[in-house]
Design a protein around this ligand. Structure first.
Ligand code: MLT
Length: 266
């Protein structure tokens, strides 16, 4: 069941009396990315997913987004849904949002789960790649951009594995509003670097990385985890950048163990 609040599509599963987990999906995906985690956790935890503005069902509006405006949306959700120190779980772009949430308002969260992400801002090369992505959307459409981008996020063996709805994911993202996808690219290329804050993160944290993640490789994520004294680092076998989809059984187990260790799971 979803509600629409402030033009954001919000999906809640599980009993509100249980510990809340607020999931932030990656780019260019939507809340469906977390489907297998929500299915697994909803009997013990209050699971909230939402579509980032401009992606999925949440309308793009004028498409003028910043990482800061995405963090404003997280703050809005916490206040609006009256969440009591939820565990924040973000993948990749969702992780960029989550790291900035820590810097801005760590006290509002009980725990942090980062999947396949990094605190560093885009370097020049990455900024130019984003600019080229915007050009592709303008000249050849969002379908072409998504068709080029998404295969890099998965391992070839995940793509070939019929048990994961890869084709469905691709087709869904190809229908996203071009203004929303471009707005997210601009928000990512203009985001700040949050790495100097890592040593100030004091809440229980779990850092997860796919063993074959080409975008945020394990050696890079391990360095990030080492800077967060309250963190555990886990490598996910048989997965690239999209760990929750590529190896859901493993990721669910790791997330569940983390949540049970630090929070009450009914
Ligand atoms: C994501 O999965 O959210 C993206 O790969 C992030 C990015 O493009 O930097």
């Amino acid at each position: 069941m979803h509600t629409i609040n402030n033009n954001i599509y919000i999906y809640q599963n599980g009993d509100k009396k249980n510990k809340s987990i607020l999931f932030i999906h990656g780019f260019p995906y939507d809340h469906n990315m977390w489907q297998m985690q929500v299915e697994d956790l909803k009997s013990r935890f209050h699971c909230i997913t939402y579509d980032i503005r401009g992606l999925g069902s949440s309308p793009a509006g004028d498409g003028q987004f910043t990482m800061e405006s995405f963090v404003d949306d997280v703050e809005f959700l916490i206040d609006e849904l009256e969440l009591d120190q939820p565990v924040l779980c973000g993948l990749s772009m969702g992780g960029y949002i989550a790291f900035r949430c820590m810097e801005r308002m760590q006290e509002k969260f009980g725990g942090l789960i980062i999947c396949d992400s990094k605190p560093e801002a885009d370097n020049n090369e990455a900024k130019l790649r984003r600019a080229s992505g915007i050009k592709t959307i303008n000249t050849q459409g969002v379908q072409k951009f998504v068709g080029d981008f998404i295969p890099n996020c998965f391992t070839q063996s995940s793509i070939n594995n019929i048990n994961i709805p890869y084709k469905e994911i691709l087709e869904r993202s190809m229908k996203f509003d071009p203004s929303g996808v471009k707005g997210c690219l601009i928000a990512m290329l203009s985001r700040t670097d949050t790495s100097s804050f890592l040593s100030n993160i004091k809440i229980p944290s779990l850092i997860i990385c796919g063993e074959d993640d080409k975008l945020t490789p394990p050696d890079v994520m391990k360095l990030t985890a080492e800077k967060i004294s309250s963190s555990e680092f886990v490598i996910v076998p048989k997965a690239g950048h999209m760990t929750p989809i590529e190896n859901p059984q493993f990721v669910n187990k790791v997330i569940n163990n983390f949540l049970v260790k630090y929070f009450t799971g009914k």
